[in-house]
Design a protein around this ligand. Structure first.
Ligand SMILES: Nc1ncnc2c1ncn2[C@@H]1O[C@H](COP(=O)(O)OP(=O)(O)OP(=O)(O)O)[C@@H](O)[C@H]1O
Ligand SMILES: [Mg+2]
Length: 382
């Protein structure tokens, strides 16, 4: 029996559960096209999966074509320009009839286009193509120009891991160039997302930065608990395995209803049950699954702890035991935490590295890491 759960990559189809309200909200914004959207959520909440799903729905239900471009896929500015141009050309079905237009639209990049036997185009930039503000702008303007030219707009472009844009070049003011191109586009709607939430928030919320206030913020929370429970029960049931309400709630609690961890705990629980040739989930299966997950991550967790200051470790121990919105004197005394200023420096570091999330309260972003710390607090200061 195939494991119905999957984690570590974006999910689609049967492995995805609807997030109906969030999908519809994003679809509406993109269909209306009133503003570009920046999607905020802590790590592993399902941003990429949601955007991929929304792009699929837009294409099927609305005939709106879209692509999701992962900025971490490209190590250099040159590669970005070439791969992005290819992705955009592919999106509009890049036929031979548009080839001459590409030559015009990318004039400074001296493009050549070849076609595979199946007619799939590949654009390469010619010898002597230089990355200047003008040539980069040509690449960024390509979706707008092609959409106009073939009257196949509107298009949607999602930039995943968008905070990495500045890393593509130390010399070019890339944020500025992106912003000035994108804001002129009438036929392309943009979604920005990224896993380094604090960097994304700075990009879009700092008034000195080019992208300040340039997109509608859409915070993505956890899925509704009822949807997650239903997902767990139906996927186990479809595989011929019974999952009782209390057991489903245990998986939900252990994963704090964060999609990645929910899938991870469910996937390993599934292995426990099928490995024992049973057709019903028991509490001990879930416990064993959690132990395995904590175990396989132990080295990584150790390494992470080794790189922290003492105050950060103390703070992590406190947050693992008791997430909080405020570090008042009582909380600090209860957990033997240092004075406020030291604490805030420690918190800032943990938050920026993504170890701690600040949603409604401060908590460890990885619930399994929290378990690891609570199980072996002595390791913290070993
Ligand atoms: N709607 C969903 N239905 C089922 N599982 C999901 C859903 N969304 C996310 N997941 C689970 O969470 C994992 C992480 O999802 P995804 O990569 O989309 O999150 P992300 O927020 O983009 O993460 P990161 O912050 O690391 O970029 C997926 O591999 C999958 O296991
Ligand atoms: Mg992602």
């Amino acid at each position: 029996m195939r494991n119905p759960f999957k984690f570590g990559k974006e999910v689609s189809g049967y492995q995805f559960y609807d997030r109906t309200a969030d999908s519809e909200s994003l679809i509406r914004k993109l269909v209306d096209g009133t503003a570009n959207v920046v999607l905020f959520a802590p790590r592993r909440y399902g941003k990429t999966s949601l955007v991929m799903k929304v792009l699929e729905r837009l294409s099927v239900a609305e005939g709106i074509r879209g692509l999701c471009f992962d900025m971490t896929r490209v190590p250099t500015l040159e590669r970005f320009c070439e791969e992005y141009a290819n992705a955009v050309y592919g999106l509009i079905g890049g036929g031979r009839e548009l080839v001459h237009r590409l030559g015009e639209f990318l004039a400074h990049l001296n493009p050549t286009i070849s076609f595979s036997e199946k007619g799939i185009p590949t654009i390469t930039f010619g010898y002597g193509a230089r990355m200047t503000a003008t040539s980069i702008a040509e690449v960024l303007d390509l979706p707008e120009k092609l959409a106009q030219d073939c009257a196949c707009g509107p298009l949607v472009v999602a930039f995943d891991e968008f905070q990495e844009v500045a890393e593509l070049s130390k010399e070019m003011p890339l944020e500025k160039i992106f912003r000035s191109c994108i804001q002129r586009h009438q036929n392309v709607r943009y979604v920005f997302l990224g896993s380094k939430t604090h960097l994304m928030k700075r990009m879009f919320g700092d008034s000195t930065r080019p992208f300040y206030n340039s997109a509608l913020p859409m915070p993505l929370g956890k899925p509704p608990a009822a949807e997650s429970l239903d997902f767990l029960v139906t996927r186990f049931r479809d595989a011929g395995i019974g999952l009782g309400t209390a057991e489903a709630e245990k998986i939900l609690a252990a994963s704090e209803n964060i999609p990645y961890y929910l899938q991870a705990v469910a996937a390993l629980t599934f292995e426990e049950v099928t490995g024992a040739n049973r057709d019903e989930v028991r509490f001990e299966d879930i416990e064993a699954a959690i132990d395995t997950l904590v175990g396989v991550n132990a080295e990584l967790y150790d390494e992470r702890l080794r790189n922290l200051s003492n105050s950060q470790r103390m703070l992590l121990e406190a947050l693992a035991a008791e997430p909080t919105g405020e570090f008042d004197e009582e909380y600090r005394t209860r957990h033997s935490l240092p004075v406020s200023s030291t604490l805030h420096t420690a918190l800032k570091g943990l938050h920026e590295s993504g170890v701690v999330d600040s949603g409604d309260v401060y908590r460890l972003s990885d619930p399994l890491f929290a378990r690891y710390i609570l199980r072996s607090p002595t390791k913290l200061f070993a």
